[in-house]
Design a protein around this ligand. Structure first.
Ligand SMILES: *Cc1c(COP(=O)(O)O)cnc(C)c1O
Length: 230
C-alpha cells in the first residue's frame, strides 16, 4: 500500500513541478512515520524511501534500533535541550532548530562527538500561536548566532504551513519562507539550499513555491496510529 501511495505522490510531485518548470529530482520526500510501527518504516524503505522523518526523539529511537538500512533520519519536531545528545545519535539532520539556547546545546554535543550537524531553522511563517519556530523578524538574529558555531552546518529553513483550507494563505506562508531564505543568503553570503515545506494537504503548493523537501505522513501511510514506542 505504501508503495502504491508513493507512486501516486511522485506523480503529483512531477505534475506540480511541470507547471512551474522545476526538475522533480530537486524535490526530496521525507517520509514522516510518527505514530507508525517499525514495520511501516521497513515498508517505506522497501518502496524506495531513503529519508525518514520523526517528531519525537524517544519514539524515533525505538524504530532506529530496529532498522538496519542505511537511510537518513531527520528530526522534524520540537527538540528539548536535554534530548540533544540522544537526538544526535539518531538523526543526521535537525529540521527544527528554533532558538539560540538549542543551537548552543547542539554545538556543544556535536563538538564532543567531533561531528558537524546539518540543521534547518524552523520559522513560524503563519503567525499561528500554537506553532513552533522563530518569528520572521527574529530569523536574522538567530542566523547570525548559528553561523558562528563551528559544528552546526546551516543548510536551509523549515516551516509548517497554516492549518486552513485557504490556499492563498498557505501559499503566502511558503513564499515568505523562500523570501526569507533568499534574504538570509544575500545578507550573510551563505548558501542555504533547502526549503523544507509542504505536508500531506499542501505539498503541491509547496513544490510550486520552491520546496526541496516535502515532509509527508498521512498521504503515504494513512491516518495516524498509536505507536509511541513504549
Ligand atoms: C506530522 C508532521 C508532518 C507530516 O504531516 P502529514 O500531514 O501527516 O503529512 C510534517 N511535518 C511535521 C513537523 C510533522 O509533525
Amino acid at each position: 500500500m505504501v508503495s502504491e501511495n508513493l507512486g501516486k505522490v511522485r506523480g503529483r510531485i512531477s505534475a506540480a513541478c511541470e507547471r512551474v518548470e522545476r526538475d522533480p529530482l530537486e524535490v526530496k520526500i521525507v517520509a514522516v512515520t510518527k505514530t507508525h510501527p517499525p514495520e511501516v518504516v521497513r515498508e517505506a524503505i522497501a518502496a524506495g524511501i531513503n529519508i525518514i522523518g520523526e517528531n519525537r526523539v524517544q519514539e524515533a529511537e525505538v524504530k532506529y534500533k530496529e532498522i538496519e538500512a542505511e537511510i537518513e533520519w531527520h528530526l522534524v519536531g520540537h527538540l528539548q535541550r536535554n534530548k540533544v545528545r540522544k537526538a544526535l545519535d539518531i538523526f543526521s539532520m535537525i529540521q527544527s532548530l528554533d532558538s539560540k539556547r538549542l543551537a548552543d546545546e547542539i554545538e556543544k554535543e556535536s563538538a564532543k562527538l567531533d561531528k558537524m550537524t546539518p540543521c534547518l531553522i524552523e520559522v513560524n511563517t503563519s503567525g499561528e500561536e500554537t506553532k513552533f519556530g522563530v518569528a520572521p523578524d527574529d530569523l536574522a538574529g538567530l542566523v547570525a548566532e548559528v553561523l558562528k558555531l563551528e559544528h552546526i552546518k546551516l543548510v536551509g529553513l523549515m516551516t509548517v504551513g497554516p492549518l486552513t483550507q485557504d490556499k492563498d494563505r498557505i501559499r503566502r506562508s511558503f513564499v515568505l519562507l523562500r523570501e526569507l531564505r533568499n534574504r538570509v543568503e544575500s545578507v550573510f553570503g551563505c548558501y542555504m539550499p533547502h526549503l523544507s515545506m509542504g505536508m500531506s494537504d499542501d505539498f503541491e503548493i509547496a513544490v510550486q513555491e520552491g520546496a526541496t523537501m516535502l515532509r509527508l505522513g498521512r498521504v503515504l501511510f494513512g491516518p495516524r496510529q498509536s505507536f509511541a514506542g513504549a
